[in-house]
Every structure is written in structure tokens, then in C-alpha cells.
Design a protein. Structure first.
Length: 156
């Protein structure tokens, strides 16, 4: 069982790198058509960009199903890691950053503030070129410093 927990955690951590690469090279490359409306919103609740959910959800579901047939093997735990990352992505990206739901509107956490700033910097580029900050949970140190300084200034 412990090996399953380790596989799940390792997959969850690896998903940040996979997400970064997918965002930079697929969403801002070959599949920009689907991601463009995320950078140039049209005021709709759903975006073509939401189709990327399937890129991660389908393999996760298949791994969980096939990995749970008989004994729970490594596929089940890899699927769980992808699913947990997807849930984190939803909460951070759609709820905290883009405020599609008003669940965390009063949070003033330095980490969350840094995530929002990094994502805002990512969105300042309206085209597919010249992007930065492609990850989600990993935030460059400069945004932590900026968020901490902001919090310190408003608490005076």
C-alpha cells in the first residue's frame, strides 16, 4: 500500500512538469486554436480551452479503471495522481485564479497571491508567442517576494 501512495505522490508532482510542457508546447503551439479563447476571453462561462480537461481526465479514468481490475496495480495509483492533480488544477486555476466560482474570494495567502500574479503575467501575452509562467503550482520566487512585500505593505 505504501508503494501505491508513493506512486500517487510521484505522479502528482510529475504532473506539474507535464502540465508545463503541455501548456507551453501544445496549448501555445499545435493546439492554440483551443487555447486562444482563454487568453482572449469572449465573456462565456465555457471556453474551447475547457476541452483540455479531457486530455488529462480520459487517461486518468482509464488508468483508474484498468488498474483496479483484479488487484490494484501501478496504473490505478498513476490514475489517482493525475486525478488529484486535475482536482488541484481546477481549484487553483478555475476557482482561485479566474474566479469562475466565488469560493476563495477572501483568501489572502502569500502563496495564492503569488500564483495569481504569475498567472496574470502569463495572461498579459494575448498571442501564443512570448509566453511565460506556464506552470500552475510551482511559482517562481520573485512572485513570492512580491506577494510577501505587498502583504507587508497593506498590513501597516
Amino acid at each position: 500500500m505504501m508503494i501505491g501512495v508513493l506512486i500517487t505522490l510521484a505522479t502528482y508532482v510529475a504532473m506539474e512538469g507535464i502540465t508545463w510542457c503541455t501548456h507551453k508546447f501544445v496549448m501555445h503551439g499545435l493546439m492554440w486554436y483551443f487555447h486562444e479563447d482563454h487568453h482572449q476571453p469572449r465573456g462565456r462561462f465555457f471556453e474551447k480551452n475547457d476541452a483540455f480537461f479531457l486530455i488529462f481526465a480520459v487517461p486518468s479514468c482509464l488508468l483508474i479503471v484498468f488498474g483496479s481490475m483484479g488487484a490494484f496495480d501501478w496504473r490505478f495509483f498513476v490514475g489517482l495522481g493525475i486525478m488529484f492533480y486535475g482536482f488541484s488544477y481546477f481549484l487553483v486555476h478555475d476557482v482561485l485564479i479566474h474566479r469562475r466560482f466565488d469560493w476563495f474570494s477572501r483568501t489572502d495567502n502569500v502563496y495564492f497571491r503569488a500564483i495569481r500574479k504569475a498567472h496574470k503575467v502569463h495572461h498579459k501575452h494575448l498571442g501564443k508567442e512570448d509566453g511565460e509562467c506556464f506552470g500552475m503550482l510551482y511559482v517562481p520566487r520573485k512572485y513570492f517576494v512580491e506577494a510577501a512585500a505587498y502583504r507587508k505593505n497593506i498590513s501597516r
